[in-house]
Design a protein around this ligand. Structure first.
Ligand code: GLP
Length: 253
């Protein structure tokens, strides 16, 4: 019998509830530890959280001036200035709107000639910073977290990976619906890296995520659905809208 930690599941009435729940905990973390290390995800799911954090920063409630952040993943081979390069996305969506210090936010290097060597260095940099205090996660329709596709090893570290066809199709919406324009490779924190974060929030919105959420909440722990590995972590909260929760048979509050 595989031990499963329970995940805390919240089905939100509205997106604001998700944003407030996570922003409240980040606000408390920054108050207790201004030098906190945050784990940032790109994608549409965390946008309301970033907007809420930006509002609190503008209202003078929180500051990121002493904090640092590590991103989950990056495409390999997009030019430095490409708008969909995840580093540019996170600058645009969040980092440039608040007061992180220059160089305080890092992502895996997808520009170098040797992404695999850079990936190993990146893992070391997270450890040298003392590890991630709070990680924000989205989930792919096939259950991937960061870019850990089905079959990724439980103890995987930051590394270069090939993207599945499904993920390239899913992400083509950011590339004018042109699948051929989506990079074939990426660098992603491993499942082992992600599970070392001290606190994890996963956000899933929309029916495309319903199957992955069903597997996470009601399925077996399996590497076929990487998101189910979150049961190996003791402090995970999963925040859902009604659509992402639509394949759950039991009502979780
Ligand atoms: C991408 C990213 C993931 C992200 C997922 C969901 O493939 N690599 O880190 O969580 O998509 O994205 P979204 O939140 O836009 O649905």
């Amino acid at each position: 019998m595989y031990w499963r930690n329970p995940v805390d599941v919240i089905i939100a009435r509205e997106i604001d509830q998700i944003a407030h729940t996570i922003a409240d905990e980040i606000e408390q973390l920054l108050r207790d530890k201004p030098t906190a290390i945050l784990g940032l995800a790109t994608g549409s799911s965390p946008l309301a959280v970033y907007d809420e954090l930006t509002r609190r920063y503008e209202a003078g409630r929180i500051s990121f001036a002493k904090a640092r952040a590590f991103m989950l993943d990056e495409y390999v081979g997009l030019p430095a200035e490409h708008p969909e390069r995840y580093f540019n996305v996170i600058l645009r969506d969040f980092v440039n709107k608040v007061d992180f210090a220059e160089g305080a936010v890092r992502g895996p290097d997808g520009l170098t000639d040797d992404p695999q060597a850079a990936a190993v260095e990146y893992d070391k940099a997270i450890a040298a910073a003392g590890g991630i205090d709070l990680q924000i996660l989205g989930v792919g329709s096939n259950g991937h977290i960061a870019f850990n596709e089905p079959g990724s090893a439980r103890d995987s570290r930051t590394r270069m990976l090939e993207l599945t066809e499904q993920t390239r199709r899913d992400n083509s919406r950011f590339f004018d619906n042109d699948v051929a324009a989506v990079p074939t490779h990426c660098v992603s924190q491993g499942l082992g890296t992600i599970l070392e974060a001290r606190r994890i929030f996963l956000i899933a919105l929309g029916t495309a995520k319903a199957a992955a959420i069903h597997e996470l909440v009601e399925g077996e722990v399996s590497l076929d659905w990487p998101v189910t590995q979150l049961h190996e972590h003791a402090k995970v909260s999963v925040l859902l809208d009604d659509e992402a929760a639509s394949k759950l048979s039991t009502t979780v509050a």
